[in-house]
Design a protein around this ligand. Structure first.
Ligand code: ZN
Length: 267
């Protein structure tokens, strides 16, 4: 059974949920997508009963704090599992070139050598490039540059074993240059910072973010079957699912998912 396991759903400065990150799983192993900003990545993996030995592939979309900093904890947990003889094979970290250096630097500063010594050995880096293809957990994945004007960022399009197309657009809105990757997706993973009706409160456009309405209009145009929205503000968290779904429904006829942290979605 292929699943999406939600570790976090918030934007950078949330305090009522964790930063956006998740795994895609084939039922045995997990492909971790971003790591959030801290140690909660380990707590939420544990709550979802995902053992670190089941995580052998990690993708870091970009170097912002709310996506990358958790990698230090993943490296530490994997290294500890290697030391304890509980980890088979290697961890591969997929990210672009500058982020390989950034991760080496922060790990070098923050972790003891007994953990860092596995970098480049049992913990490897795979440099991603625009249209670079890889195979992860028997799925074929194509990375793409999301064309951010802020900071180089990558997304990916995955073809699952069940034939479904999953497109991850990172934490910025869909752009037309990405059409071929996002068109007809079974699952369009799109950020939605806040409701359109609350855009004057949260000011998403100043931060290069979209509203629920924008995300759902994109999903409609792209003929997505399901949109999964994440990277939100957290002031509405108690009612987020209902409020976001109601607004999205006015602009998208497909299936709308607004997950909470620790939700598991069958793909
Ligand atoms: Zn972010």
């Amino acid at each position: 059974m292929e699943t999406m396991n939600i570790l976090g759903t918030g934007s950078a400065m949330v305090t009522k949920c964790y930063n956006t990150c998740f795994t895609l799983s084939d039922g045995r192993e997990h492909f971790l997508v971003d790591t959030g900003g801290g140690n909660t990545v380990l707590a939420n993996l544990e709550k979802l009963k995902i053992d670190i030995s089941q995580v052998r592939h990690v993708f870091i979309s970009h170097s912002h704090n709310d996506h990358m900093t958790g990698i230090v904890w993943i490296i530490r947990a994997v290294a500890q599992a290697i030391i304890d003889g509980r980890y088979d094979g290697t961890l591969t970290i997929y990210c672009h070139k500058d982020n390989i250096e950034a991760i080496k630097t922060i790990s070098g500063l923050l972790l003891e050598n007994k953990f860092n010594r596995y970098l480049g050995d049992r913990i490897k880096f795979h440099e991603v490039s625009d249209r670079g293809r890889v195979s992860i957990l028997n799925w074929s994945l194509e990375f793409f540059d999301i064309r951010s004007t802020k900071l180089l960022q990558f997304g990916f399009c995955a073809k699952l074993e069940n034939g479904k197309k999953v497109t991850f657009l990172g934490d910025e809105p869909y752009k037309e240059e990405l059409f071929e990757f996002a068109d007809n997706a079974d699952y369009l993973l799109h950020e939605a910072f806040c409701l359109y009706s609350e855009k004057d409160i949260f000011r998403p456009y100043e931060k290069n973010h979209a509203t629920v309405r924008d995300a759902c209009e994109n999903a409609e145009r792209l003929k997505a079957k399901t949109i999964i929205m994440y990277h939100t503000e957290d002031k509405n968290i108690a009612d987020r699912k209902r409020l976001y779904t109601e607004e999205g429904r006015m602009f998208f006829r497909g299936n709308i998912l607004v997950p909470d942290d620790l939700d598991v979605i069958n793909l």
